[in-house]
Write a protein that binds this ligand. Structure first.
Ligand SMILES: NC(=O)c1ccc[n+]([C@@H]2O[C@H](COP(=O)([O-])OP(=O)(O)OC[C@H]3O[C@@H](n4cnc5c(N)ncnc54)[C@H](OP(=O)(O)O)[C@@H]3O)[C@@H](O)[C@H]2O)c1
Length: 266
């Protein structure tokens, strides 16, 4: 998803409910997307956008081509609701991730919590924008997950400025991420992808819900899906192999021709 920070000065885009209650015309996303209460473990929500023909990356090389005002509204609320935004380093680079800026409209949503969610980046190379590491507030430090053979000098820099978790394996597994988030009490997890990282959560069967925006565009061939896998990753079983995980549709909303579905594990 695009890393748009602007809160936007004009009236918020209206969302109407198609399912389960087609009568509702001004849905409050804060309520429609509320996390389960009384969580005692990290709950992993993914938020992704796709074209009608299933593409996840537009000609710009970003998901921006698929974005819209209502999509940005939903994305903003999902960020306001979560404790931590987990992304693959490639998404952080392509979408220009920076520490999340506080928004006035989040005041109520985030009562008793830091003003912004933390960003957590997963990376082997540690090629992460310095500002994302150095400019986060003390109560929402950027978290970085990496492996032991990442570049040592870069690792030292990251350790000075961010909350660094080094995994003693070739690959950071989704389980490593969730264990570290759990230790920090970060239970409301939002992953914004990208497709490679999301595929690892799906393969590990650790996704609790998928919030998928279907944007009224066609992208044609050449655009990856919202899940992508390269060659098999040593130590990461299942990525690249099709599997069936049943889901249940919790709601379907519509605004300006975009469809906003929320699927939970069946
Ligand atoms: N449609 C949407 O909703 C959506 C959402 C997000 C992103 N996107 C788009 O998707 C593209 C990027 O997605 P992507 O799938 O190529 O990449 P990605 O999943 O965002 O990131 C992949 C990178 O994450 C790190 N990584 C992933 N798994 C790892 C593991 N197990 N251990 C250690 N590091 C790991 C590596 O970083 P290093 O390279 O640093 O080692 C890897 O190159 C961009 O074009 C972006 O705009 C679309």
């Amino acid at each position: 998803m695009s890393n748009t920070h602007a809160a936007g000065g004009s009236a918020p885009a209206r969302l109407r409910e198609l399912l389960p209650d087609p009568g509702r015309t001004d849905v409050r996303p804060e309520e429609a997307y509320a996390y389960p209460t009384d969580l005692d473990r990290p709950w992993v929500r993914a938020n992704m956008v796709a074209s009608v023909d299933g593409g996840a990356v537009g000609p710009s090389g970003r998901s921006l081509d698929l974005s819209s005002k209502p999509d940005r509204r939903v994305m903003g609320v999902l960020r306001g609701l979560c404790d931590v935004v987990v992304v693959g380093a490639s998404t952080a680079r392509h979408e220009g991730y920076k520490p999340v800026r506080p928004r006035e409209v989040w005041a109520k949503l985030r009562e008793g919590r830091p003003a912004t969610p933390r960003i957590a980046v997963v990376s082997r190379t540690l090629e992460i924008d310095d500002e994302l590491l150095t400019a986060a507030p003390d109560d929402a430090r950027t978290l970085v997950f990496t492996v032991e053979n990442s570049p040592a000098d870069r690792r030292a820099f990251v350790a000075r400025h961010a909350d660094l978790v080094v995994v003693d394996e070739y690959s950071v597994r989704p389980r490593h991420i969730l264990d570290a988030l759990s230790e920090r009490g970060l239970y409301r997890v939002l992953t914004e992808g990208g497709p490679h990282l999301l595929a690892e959560f799906v393969a590990a069967d650790l996704l609790d819900e998928l919030c998928l925006t279907v944007s009224p565009h066609l992208l044609g061939v050449g655009s990856p899906r919202i899940v992508a896998g390269g060659p098999p990753v040593p130590g990461v079983p299942g990525v690249g192999t099709a599997q069936t995980t049943p889901l249940r549709l919790a709601h379907l909303l519509e605004a300006e021709g975009s469809l906003f579905s929320r699927y939970l594990r069946a």
